[in-house]
Design a protein around this ligand. Structure first.
Ligand SMILES: Cc1cc2nc3c(=O)[nH]c(=O)nc-3n(C[C@H](O)[C@H](O)[C@H](O)COP(=O)(O)OP(=O)(O)OC[C@H]3O[C@@H](n4cnc5c(N)ncnc54)[C@H](O)[C@@H]3O)c2cc1C
Length: 362
């Protein structure tokens, strides 16, 4: 669909929010450039495929009750690659025993906002892991996506905005979408003279480490029940296991036949995450012998935690942005940490920019 008076929108940040924003603009026929500081897109969505295992570094699924990912998957022609959760139910490890946990509560305890009515529906994912949606979006966006192109500054320009890239090059755009971790967006906006944005920099991103551990099935001394467990309060100690997902029991295809894959969430520490996680999990799950391999991912800025007045702060910043040339903010630090919320946030930011540029969003 044609949009009037628009040539280019620059989207900064190619996490799922930025990718979803880019997709929304591409569908509307708008020229766009997606600028990502890292060499790969996806942000905290990272899937590695190794020896027949599918290893998730960040999210391993999305809330089944939320329609955003299935809708996006249908548009992208990958709906047939959606998979349902195999196992249901989780437990809490009290320090001495496992006790059942209400469905969906494990996600809430880890900081992903879940509406009460959505708790029962569980999670879904993609057969090849969460990066399937990222890889598909990147392929569809083609050269519009530029990796290793971090934006260091934004300034007003005759056209709208000038975005400064490393090496002194720049991108001029009529409109901008900042789909960055919100502290990074706050810095860019503050330099643009938007002082209320500074408050967004106070959103705390909880650091975390995820570590995947591969075993042979015969190393396990007791059957895995449910999707995993969350540890009771004690798990704030450095290197402690906060939670463990039985990855190969939760979704299909995560481990080859005769093997299993676990994933632990640890509080950050100086220790070796694989060794720490194995030492804690082995007695709990009666595992004998060492893991075949372990793979850790460090998230110094993991899930955002909002304060009570967060929504009002975001709204105030958006009111101020509305007075500038078209510019929008999106992503986990603004509108909710779940993958579905980020897709929604990115698409809404794109529609807002389209409206402000005089085109129709749908
Ligand atoms: C360990 C972990 C497990 C999770 N598990 C789940 C789960 O199971 N289910 C669920 O729904 N959610 C889960 N989440 C939450 C969810 O994955 C994230 O909130 C969401 O993916 C964030 O997307 P985003 O696009 O907002 O941000 P990000 O993924 O952080 O993307 C932002 C992008 O901006 C880039 N960037 C930064 N600065 C610049 C710059 N100056 N210029 C250009 N680019 C820049 C970054 O490199 C990055 O690619 C999990 C998160 C973590 C960390």
């Amino acid at each position: 669909m044609a949009v009037t008076a628009v040539t280019t929108v620059a989207i900064v940040g190619a996490g799922i929010a930025g990718l979803a924003a880019a997709w929304e603009l591409q569908r509307a026929g708008v020229a766009l450039t997606l600028l990502e500081s890292e060499r790969r897109a996806g942000g905290v969505i990272v899937t590695e495929r190794r020896d027949g295992f599918i290893v998730e570094g960040g999210p391993d699924g999305f809330l089944a009750a939320e329609p955003d990912l299935p809708a996006l998957a249908r548009e992208l022609g990958i709906a047939d690659r959606l998979v349902d959760q195999l196992a249901r139910g989780a437990a809490v490890w009290t320090g001495s025993r496992f006790e059942p946990l209400a469905e969906g509560s494990a996600a809430a305890l880890l900081g992903i906002q879940v509406r009460e009515e959505d708790l029962g529906a569980g999670f879904r994912s993609f057969a090849g892991g969460m990066a399937v949606v990222v890889e598909t979006l990147v392929a569809r966006l083609g050269p519009a996506m530029r990796a290793a192109a971090g934006v260091s500054a934004i300034s007003p320009s005759a056209r709208g905005y000038r975005l400064t890239l490393p090496g002194g090059s720049a991108v001029d755009a009529d409109g901008v979408i900042l789909a960055l971790p919100v502290f990074a967006a706050a810095r860019l906006l503050a330099a643009l003279g938007l002082s209320p944005a500074r408050a967004l920099g106070e959103v705390v991103y909880q650091p975390s480490v995820t570590v995947s551990l591969a075993y042979r099935s015969d190393q396990l001394g007791k059957p895995l029940e449910g999707t995993g467990f969350v540890a009771a309060a004690a798990a704030a100690a450095p290197g402690a296991v906060r939670a463990c997902t039985y990855a190969s029991a939760k979704y299909p295809g995560r481990a080859p036949a005769g093997h299993m894959l676990l994933r632990a969430f640890l509080a950050p520490s100086d220790g070796e995450p694989g060794a720490l996680a194995h030492a804690e999990l082995a007695p709990l799950l009666r595992i004998t012998g060492a893991p075949l391999w372990t793979r850790a991912f460090h998230w110094p800025h993991g899930l955002p935690r909002y304060e009570a007045h967060h929504a009002a702060r975001v709204a105030r910043v958006r009111e101020r942005l509305a007075r500038l040339a078209p510019i929008a903010i999106a992503g986990a630090g603004c509108d909710g940490a779940g993958v579905s919320a980020c897709v929604r946030s990115g698409r809404e930011a794109a529609r807002l920019i389209l409206r402000r540029m005089g085109g129709r969003a749908d």
